[in-house]
Design a binder for this molecule. Structure first.
Ligand code: URA
Ligand code: CA
Length: 412
């Protein structure tokens, strides 16, 4: 086989065979295929797409490039994956709800980069929280408490890791077959046999159009089912932040508020996901599962399950007694009208620039910075209404960012 012929075939819009796809993945991982050859093939895929069978083959090749975890000794495990959003704390609200309802979760999450925050960074704002836990110890936590949230191990789908880094620098992220195979190779390597997908669309998501999000969700469902997993999904609007808070400790605190009964979009999305996970996990109808999730919040069992996770992984529970952070600046509205549009990705990226997120993998982050918002799309706003509380490193930094935050809101 020759990589040049494979690139040429895809450039002409032809289908690749499973053998050709395996040859590409093996060769790229072992270095016989170069970055520039892989980039050319990825761009041809971005432009010409892939059939379902090609996408299944690509997923399988990346999945087989690393270890496959096995949780059969723990019984059934349900997993959830979000394609990423702003103020999306649903892992931290969902896992405890599922635990409280008797559905085991072995959740592996990532750190933040760019405009979306990472679940692990948010959890580490519970001082002392440890996410780099080895698999055997994490299994103990699942046996004892019913769940854990740990950092993803580095050995899952290493081919995806190498390819994703290349895609990030070659404008080849936005390809539905590449996204679907990237996500599903990691999920399937992660050992879950029941998976719920949270696919986001809108200006704060990688996928902009709702119809593309639905297509991606259905494709990932087919990939999972083809590999023998039970699958379900939700489609979620990311044209505005999901919760009100953006920033690590602020978001961890909002998760506590949701589990204490606070209402809103973050709660609604959490309940939808919980409904799907509990329904798959316990084999019960979706509506009954949603009711169980609501009851777990009302009884306080879900909140206490979050406390259990935090304590079991070495974190301080001080945040459960209240948020002691104070904003450096309160920004009020200079305009009146209706909140028509929010530049959601920009909002997330500004919070990242305050120091909440890494711009490079090696950067240190600041758990205490962020922004608290007070409005959702369609809200009426008057001159003088509070729009943002800015939790910056200094008053000067807050002042420097104030106009940029205001600019993310289109009010007319
Ligand atoms: N998340 C992933 O893991 N892979 C993609 O390709 C896009 C989002
Ligand atoms: Ca108002």
């Amino acid at each position: 086989m020759d990589i040049k012929n494979i690139i040429d075939k895809k450039a002409l819009g032809k289908k690749l065979t499973k053998q050709e796809i395996n040859y590409f993945i093996e060769g790229y991982l072992n270095g016989t295929i170069t970055d520039y050859q892989a980039s050319a093939l990825l761009m041809a895929i971005r432009i010409n797409g892939m059939t379902e069978n090609e996408t299944f083959a690509l997923t399988g090749a990346m999945l087989n490039s690393g270890i496959k975890m096995d949780f059969s000794d723990l019984g059934l495990i349900v997993d959830k994956h979000s394609t990423g959003g702003v103020s999306d704390t649903t892992t931290i609200t969902l896992v405890p709800i599922c635990m409280a309802c008797g559905v085991k979760m072995f959740k592996m999450s990532g750190r933040g980069l760019g405009h979306t925050g990472g679940t692990i960074d948010k959890l580490e704002s519970f001082t002392g929280f440890k996410a780099d836990i080895d698999i055997e110890k994490a299994k103990e936590l699942v046996r004892k408490n019913g769940g854990c949230i740990i950092s993803a191990t580095k050995n899952l789908a290493p081919a995806d890791k190498k390819i994703y880094a290349l895609r990030d620098t070659t404008a080849t992220v936005e390809s539905i077959p590449l996204i679907a195979s990237s996500i599903m190779s990691k999920k399937l390597a992660g050992g879950a046999n029941k998976i719920v997908l949270d696919v986001k669309y809108g200006n704060g998501a990688i996928i902009k159009a709702k119809k593309d999000a639905i297509y991606l969700a259905k494709l990932m469902v087919k990939i999972g089912e083809n590999a023998g997993a039970k699958m379900d999904y939700i489609i979620d609007d990311m044209n505005e932040p999901l919760g009100y808070n953006i920033g690590n400790k602020l978001e961890a605190y909002e998760a506590i508020e949701v589990l204490s009964g606070k209402q809103g979009k973050l709660t609604n999305t959490t309940l939808k996901l919980a409904g799907k996970c509990i329904s798959l996990g316990l084999n019960i109808p979706y509506e009954d599962a949603v009711q169980m999730a609501k009851d777990a919040i009302k009884s306080g069992k879900a909140l206490s399950a979050l406390k259990t996770i935090v304590k079991a992984q070495g974190g301080s529970t001080a945040l459960f007694n209240g948020l002691t952070l104070k904003p450096k600046l309160v920004v009020t509205s200079p305009f009146s009208g209706t909140l028509q549009k929010i530049e959601c990705a920009r909002l997330g990226s500004l919070v990242g620039q305050l120091g909440a997120n890494r711009q490079k993998v090696t950067d240190e982050i600041d758990y205490n910075v962020g922004v608290k918002t007070f409005h959702k799309l369609g809200d009426k706003i008057n001159v003088g209404d509070v729009l943002f509380e800015i939790y910056a490193k200094t008053k000067a930094q807050a002042n420097e960012f104030a106009n940029e935050f205001l600019d993310c809101y289109k009010v007319y």
